[in-house]
Design a protein around this ligand. Structure first.
Ligand code: HMG
Ligand code: MG
Length: 291
């Protein structure tokens, strides 16, 4: 156990590994399917309980993940690991269910411009699209709120906007809400301010924090959230990542750094994780593609 600021005891941290989806989605050259499968299989052997494998989005919008079906068909499914995928609409849900996904994630934003650039829809339209997706989903649904701190197009985002979107996703039936620092500009103070506004309506046990790491603040941000009771954090092994529709979006906070931040609390084997991270970063470098 770790005692955080204000003597709050931090325990049972759950990590959601997003490297195979968020980490790979904006890499310019196509990462071969067998490399993706080997990366996911290596991650499955680390002790991680949740791995976001791919996206069932439009292949025209994210060509890197056009092989989502094949990846799901080829991975080795380990008992105790939940395999997640992003879905933007009913077409995505049908594909995800056929691929036997364990958790689906819908995604919207707290800023209008990012929502339109990322999904060709306003925030209200995305929520309307999600209603039938969430009610038809046979598996639990996670909801992402991107640009929870700063939008690459509009600048700082008002916490009350994030709160409103998080409440709407919860009311639609999302079991967990992941708040995205999409371009990695949040600070620990901003994390505290945001959570103070969101947590009265969406409790900490339903919140996750999804940090990209532009200025090396991500681990401090995660620790600030942990002190307020958040227990779920997204990361990518190898620290790869970024959103193709968010200019300047850097890699996700590395899962390795999250495991180091919560020693003994994540159930993840640091060496096996480091090996998975090395495997994918080497494969990306050797293939001559760029992040
Ligand atoms: P659209 O073009 O407005 O969609 O895109 P549409 O409904 O008009 O359909 C156009 C075509 O796409 C049709 O095909 C559809 O069948 C097809 P056509 O008739 O032209 O041949 N289509 C699909 N095909 C396969 N699977 C589907 C699907 N849906 C439509 N599910 C849409 C709207 C939402 C689909 C599009 O904008 C899209 O796919 N966007 C995804 C963008 C994306 O994946 N961004 C990255 C993930 S979000 C992120 O990284 C942030 C996060 O990490 C958190 C953070 O960091 O903040 C989660
Ligand atoms: Mg992201």
């Amino acid at each position: 156990m770790v005692v955080g600021r204000g003597s709050r005891v931090v325990s049972h941290i759950r990590l959601v590994e997003v490297g195979p989806r968020d980490g790979l989605q904006s890499i310019s050259g196509f990462v071969p399917t067998d490399v993706k499968v080997a990366y996911i299989d290596a991650l499955s052997r680390t002790g991680l309980s949740d791995i976001e494998v791919s996206s069932f989005v439009s292949p025209k919008w994210v060509p890197q993940l056009a092989d989502a079906e094949e990846v799901f068909r080829c991975i080795e499914r380990r008992r105790g690991v939940r395999y997640h995928a992003l879905v933007p609409n009913l077409e995505g849900l049908e594909r995800a269910v056929a691929a036997r996904v364990d958790v689906v994630a819908v995604f919207t934003a707290a800023s209008e411009t990012f929502s339109r650039k990322n999904t060709n829809a306003s925030i209200a339209d995305t929520l309307e699209r999600f209603a039938p997706v969430i009610s038809a989903s046979p598996v639990p649904v996670r909801g992402y709120v991107s640009t929870a701190f700063v939008c690459p197009f509009e600048g700082p985002v008002a916490p009350k906007m994030v709160r409103q979107v998080a409440i709407a996703l919860t009311a639609l039936g999302c079991q967990e809400i992941s708040l995205g620092d999409t371009i990695g500009k949040a600070t620990p103070d901003q994390v505290r301010r945001l959570l103070e506004i969101v947590l009265p309506d969406v409790p900490a046990d339903r919140i996750a924090l999804h940090c990209h790491d532009t200025f090396g603040q991500a681990v401090a941000n995660v620790q600030a959230a942990a002190e307020l009771g958040v227990r779920v954090f997204d990361g990518s092994a190898g620290g790869i990542g970024g959103c193709p529709y968010a200019p300047g979006a850097p890699g996700n906070v590395s899962t390795e750094a999250l495991v180091r931040a919560f020693p003994g609390l994540t159930g993840v084997d640091p060496e096996a994780l480091a090996a998975a991270g090395r495997m994918i970063t080497t494969a990306i470098q050797e293939s001559g593609t760029s992040l």
